[in-house]
Write a protein of this length. Structure first.
Length: 222
């Protein structure tokens, strides 16, 4: 009969221990050299999207400034950022990484809400699930360094399957989806303006948004 050895503290199998440095995710990897030969995880959708925009500008704004996650690294294309619903558009605009939990009346007055409809199904690279692993990417692509994300966005924009854009989870509310639409799909989009957040027609919507995200409303106009 074998002898049962007693331990005051259960032993840790050394062969399965993870080195401390492996717990740090580090920078996201660059696009693989064979990305153009891989099949893209494409999501075909004709869903309605929403966008918050400054009222002095047109609702459709395709960015190439480099200040946003999937902007082009050197102006090679431009990108329109959208949210799956009014909640997503709101929190991605007014959410703040420092944890600020209020919005001002003046900020709401200068911004409008628009519904973006697609005249045809958009073909978006699905970055919300197993598609990330199929591409050789991971969640850091949608939450980490902008430089890496922009190089990936460029590589995907140049892919032979010519996607219309990217679908990914919202940073401030991962239960909701966002889209980064390349300007090649601009002519396929239709805009319906829904007015400012302080418009009478949007009073109930604003109250719901503030309650959902526990935001206070600061009246800085008095």
């Amino acid at each position: 009969m074998g002898i049962l050895k007693r331990y005051d503290t259960p032993p840790v199998p050394t062969e399965n221990r993870v080195p401390p440095e492996a717990t740090c995710p580090g920078p996201h990897p660059e696009p693989p050299v064979d990305l153009a030969q891989r099949s893209l995880p494409l999501l075909s959708t004709d869903r309605v999207w929403f966008r918050v925009y400054r009222l002095q500008h047109a609702p459709l704004y395709f960015s190439r400034s480099g200040n946003n996650r999937f902007d082009p690294p050197a102006g090679e294309y431009s990108v329109l950022y959208l949210g799956q619903d009014e909640h997503c558009a709101f929190i991605e605009t007014f959410g703040h990484p420092t944890g600020v939990r209020f919005v001002t009346v003046s900020a709401l007055r200068t911004r409008g809400l628009a519904r973006i409809e697609a005249r045809r199904p958009l073909r978006l690279v699905d970055l919300t699930g197993p598609g990330l692993a199929r591409l050789g990417a991971d969640e850091r692509l949608c939450s980490g360094d902008y430089g890496s994300a922009q190089r990936w966005a460029l590589a995907l924009q140049r892919h032979p399957e010519r996607p219309d854009g990217l679908c990914y989870r919202a940073r401030h509310d991962p239960s909701r989806l966002c889209a980064a639409v390349y300007n090649r799909a601009a002519k396929s989009l239709k805009v319906v303006r829904l007015g400012s957040f302080t418009a009478t027609a949007n009073e109930h919507l604003l109250a719901e948004l503030l309650e959902t995200y526990a935001f206070g409303l600061l009246d800085d106009t008095v």
